[in-house]
Structures are given as structure tokens and as C-alpha cells.
Write a protein that binds this ligand. Structure first.
Ligand code: NDP
Ligand code: 8X3
Length: 252
């Protein structure tokens, strides 16, 4: 029987690229996300290679997450890898200019959504045991502050610490946990962050060389397919053309 990966946010960006990468290696796929049509397209694309189960799932809904796991058909139940990838940033403006609703959406998706799916799948992953993995998509924003990062960065700091703390509790179960923390990567991320401003998204990536979704998918696949005794705790990845900047100083 092939190994099974359960992916949240498989309709775009890293999640979709990861689905293709795991499929290339012959894994069975459980693909979730809110946009069912995109899931159907991806299923159509990959089903000749591997077994694919799709389920429309908004990770913010704990009950729906439990039901999606309970409804996994035969052949997709013994999940080996959970890829907690669904997430988003909103409101790149300064904190004081941001609508509270946008903060709530980021917290509900990046924190509550991630713990909802993790909680629903933990018993399965523990039953799978040695070699199982939870791969959580954090961000450089969870470690390094920057203007406009406010709640987004804070949600990704949660992802890092939750990943580390999970490792402590899962010691002895064989289940691995990794916080994969990408930097600048061209996906639909900035389109979502700017609420559909394609020009702003294009401007951010123009004239530089961002990471691609495939770059991150390769790293996700790498951490999940290492020998069962190896755990990468945190993997931070930036494009060569991105680095940190000096401290900002307010002057008279
Ligand atoms: P995309 O916007 O391309 O993909 C985001 C995915 O998340 C989509 O598949 C979307 O699916 C899903 N998603 C969003 N909200 C929900 C929800 N409520 N329920 C279920 N799925 C949801 O961006 P990326 O691929 O770049 O983002 C993937 C992850 O990577 C995110 O966690 C992001 O924070 C993180 N990240 C991105 C970086 C970047 O520069 N691109 C860098 C570092 C981290 P749908 O809308 O169909 O539900
Ligand atoms: C996304 C990367 O640099 O926009 O998490 O915060 S960044």
C-alpha cells in the first residue's frame, strides 16, 4: 500500500506543488481546500498516477475538519504525513490601519485552522507511528519582525512554538514535527494579501528571483521522506536575493 499525505490548502501555491511532488513519488493524496473546482482539476491531473481523494474543507471549522477525517475512504485512512499548509496573510498596512476582521481571519485560519486539523488527525498519525510526520508551514515572518507583519507574523510564531511543543508531547510515538519557514515565494499569497491587487503582487516579485512553489514542495517532501529516526525541527528557506535589513530608527 502506498504512503498517504493529507494536504490542507492544496488548491494553490505550496499545497498544490506539494501534491504534485508527493504524486511523483507515488504517494496517495488527500487534497483539501475551500475551492472544490480546483481540487477537482488537480484530482483530474494526478489520478492517472496515484490515488487521489478530495474534500472541500475550510480549516477554520473544527467540526468539518473532524468530519473530513472521519469520512476518509478505505485506502486513505492511515495518513502518514499531515501537511498543514492552508494559511494566508491580509492587510500589509501598519497595524493601526488594519481592520480587526482581517486580524481575526488570519488567527482563525493560520492558528485555529491549523490546530483543528492537527487535533483531528493526531490519533491517526500516532497510530501510524514511526515515520509519520506533521509538516507545518510557518514563515520567516514568525521569526523576524517587519513593518506590516503584525498579526500574520505572530500567527507564524505560534506555528513555530506549537511545532516545538508538539514534538515534546509526541516523543516516543515516532511522529515527527517540522516547522518549514519559507521567505519570499511567488504564489497567490500576495494577491490574497492585497485582496486581489495583481499589479501589487507583480511588483513585489518583479526584478528579483523569489522562491517558487516547487522549491518549497521539494523541501516539504525532503523533511517528510528522511529516514524515520531523523527530525528536522525547523527549516528556514529564503531566496538568495532576500536578506535582513537594518533596525529602523525614528529621528527628529
Ligand atoms: P496561496 O494563496 O497560493 O495558497 C494558500 C492556500 O491556503 C490555498 O490553497 C487556499 O485554498 C488555502 N486556504 C486559505 N484559507 C483557507 C481556509 N480557511 N481553509 C482551507 N484552506 C485555506 O499561498 P501560499 O501557497 O504561498 O501559502 C501557503 C502557506 O505558506 C500559507 O500558510 C502561507 O502563510 C505560507 N507562506 C507563504 C509564503 C509566500 O511568500 N508565498 C512564505 C512563507 C509562508 P482555498 O482558498 O481554496 O481554501
Ligand atoms: C510570507 C513571507 O516575507 O511575506 O510568509 O512574510 S513574508
Amino acid at each position: 500500500m502506498s504512503d498517504i499525505v493529507f494536504i490542507t490548502g492544496a488548491t494553490s501555491g505550496f499545497g498544490r506543488a506539494a501534491a504534485r511532488r508527493f504524486a511523483e513519488a507515488g504517494w496517495s493524496l488527500v487534497l483539501t481546500g475551500r475551492r472544490l473546482e480546483r481540487l477537482q482539476d488537480l484530482q483530474e491531473e494526478l489520478k492517472s498516477k496515484v490515488a487521489v481523494h478530495i474534500a472541500a474543507l475550510d480549516v477554520r471549522d473544527a467540526q468539518a475538519a473532524r468530519e473530513a477525517v472521519a469520512a476518509l475512504p478505505e485506502g486513505f485512512r492511515q495518513v502518514k504525513v499531515l501537511l498543514n499548509n492552508a494559511g494566508l496573510a491580509l492587510a500589509p498596512e501598519a497595524a493601526q490601519k488594519v481592520a480587526l476582521e482581517d486580524w481575526h481571519t488570519m488567527i482563525d485560519t493560520n492558528i485555529t485552522g491549523l490546530v483543528n486539523v492537527t487535533h483531528a488527525l493526531l490519533p491517526t498519525l500516532i497510530a501510524t507511528g514511526r515515520g509519520a510526520s506533521i509538516v507545518n508551514i510557518g514563515s520567516v515572518a514568525g521569526h523576524w519582525p517587519y513593518p506590516g507583519g503584525h498579526v500574520y507574523g505572530a500567527t507564524k510564531a505560534f506555528v513555530q512554538q506549537f511545532s516545538y511543543n508538539l514534538r515534546c508531547d509526541l516523543l516516543g510515538t515516532g511522529v515527527r514535527v517540522t516547522d518549514v519557514a519559507p521567505g519570499l515565494a511567488e504564489t497567490e499569497f500576495t494577491l490574497v494579501r492585497t485582496k486581489g491587487d495583481q499589479d501589487a503582487s507583480d511588483r513585489l516579485y518583479r526584478g528579483t528571483t523569489p522562491l517558487t512553489a516547487e522549491d518549497i514542495a521539494e523541501q516539504i517532501f525532503y523533511v517528510a521522506s528522511l529516514p524515520a529516526h531523523v527530525n528536522i525541527n525547523r527549516l528556514e528557506i529564503m531566496p538568495v536575493r532576500q536578506a535582513w535589513s537594518a533596525f529602523a530608527i525614528d529621528r527628529d
